[in-house]
Design a protein around this ligand. Sequence first.
Ligand SMILES: [Zn+2]
Length: 194
Amino acid sequence: MEDESIEGKSPSLSSNVKGGCTVEECQGMIKTSLRNPMVKFLREHLEKSGCNVADNFFEAIKCDEGVGGGYLRGDGIKVCSNGVKLQNEVDQVLIHELIHVYDDCRAVNLDWENCAHHACSEIRANHLSGDCHYKRELLRGSMKIRGHEQECVRRRALMSVRNNPNCSKTAAKEAMDAVWDVCYNDTKPFDRAP
Ligand SMILES: [Zn+2]
């Protein structure tokens, strides 16, 4: 399942997983994810930027089907217990959403209802989280790797922005094209794409 859906003003609900676990199991996996080096790195940078996120910022909940997790300003990061199964998937959701949190923190004027702002953060989250690396591994040898990664980032980011109630199909595509180069190359807080 590739679709991301949006609820209210949530900037992102990412999904690429099938299966599911109980809320309790999922909460346990979140605890493990908090020891993931990339999760720790992003939290350190959030703290440095004045946006400390405590352990209870991350919460497992039951969601509509087809959703892995999401971030809502003022409400923290949610991981959908019924949308994740493996530790690696929970790690991915946290890293992806933490990049949105980081963008929210560093850009005072970030407006999730603005298609270009949303597109930029989705490009970064899908690129930097390695959401497209896993598939790249699977497809190694059968596709042009570099091209595939960018195509994957673009497709996933576009899906999210299209689900933004403020962005029509056309507006989403135009926003993506307009910000692609700048945002794909903006790897902060990483020195380069992991
Ligand atoms: Zn996202």
